[in-house]
Design a protein around this ligand. Structure first.
Ligand code: CTP
Ligand code: CA
Length: 229
């Protein structure tokens, strides 16, 4: 093999990865968004393709990233569009990875025209909940299908990053959960990530500080072990 070439151990698998941050429009020129760069999801998609998987990348808004070679990219804007794209690909996919930062809320109403400034304070923006795409994918999971979630946690007086990760894994019911520590310049908009990989079987693997591709290698190894016949 070529030096540094990755094993083609994901050959025959169709994986769908969501990436980036959704944007929820308020009016034709404004939206509620988040700081996700999409780098982690793109790195996962790239590594999976290099290891031989067929990859569908459902991409919400990202930094200026190059689409990985050999990957099908489906572009979406809102959480609802991302939800539809994931449900469309899910029945044919062996592995579903929700690396996207999906907005939890959206404005109740989309104003058809630009909201104009007046001489008084504006009304508060009323928000409503978006569907939890990961929870829905878990609910509709086919036998043998592997579902992976991500959690970005800061920890607070109620618990640390790992406590919140464990609770989220239980609540979401996915097979694997990547828990990233965020805040203080960690994880968002940077090249490196660290954290834990938690499995529903109880395994807790520390992910050493490294590139987002290295995190991808750890995750795809774990996925590979789960889909082993
Ligand atoms: N997720 C999703 N749909 C949503 C919100 C989140 O599919 N509407 C997915 C994310 O892609 C991620 C996982 O759920 O894989 C965890 O997201 P996170 O924001 O950490 O969890 P929440 O359940 O939204 O809880 P909170 O934001 O309150 O921590
Ligand atoms: Ca959330």
């Amino acid at each position: 093999a070529r030096p540094g070439a990755l094993p083609r151990d994901l050959e025959g698998l169709h994986v769908a990865v969501s990436a980036g941050g959704t944007r929820e429009p308020l009016d034709p020129v404004r939206f509620l968004g988040n700081r996700s760069s999409g780098k982690q999801g793109y790195a996962l998609a790239r590594v999976a393709a290099q290891r031989g998987a067929r990859v569908t990348l459902v991409s919400a808004h990202t930094a200026d990233l190059v689409a990985p070679a050999g990957v099908d990219v489906v572009r979406v804007g809102t959480a609802e569009e991302l939800r539809r794209a994931m449900h469309e690909v899910a029945p044919a996919a062996d592995v579903l990875v929700m690396a996207a930062a999906v907005a939890d809320f959206r404005p109740v109403s989309l104003t058809g025209h630009k909201i104009k400034k007046t001489d008084r304070d504006p009304d508060p923006v009323a928000l409503t909940r978006n569907a939890d795409v990961l929870a829905e994918l878990v609910e509709r999971r086919r036998p043998g299908q592997v579902v992976v979630g991500f959690a970005a946690e800061t920890g607070d007086e109620g618990g640390d990053v790992l406590d919140y990760g464990r609770a989220k894994l239980k609540r979401k019911g996915c097979d694997l959960l990547v828990v990233n520590a965020v805040g203080d310049g960690k994880a968002f908009e940077v090249e490196h990530n660290s954290g834990w990989l938690l499995s529903s079987a109880g395994a807790e693997t520390p992910i050493p500080h490294g590139s987002k591709a290295q995190l991808g290698a750890v995750l795809w190894d774990a996925v590979r072990a789960l889909v082993e016949p």
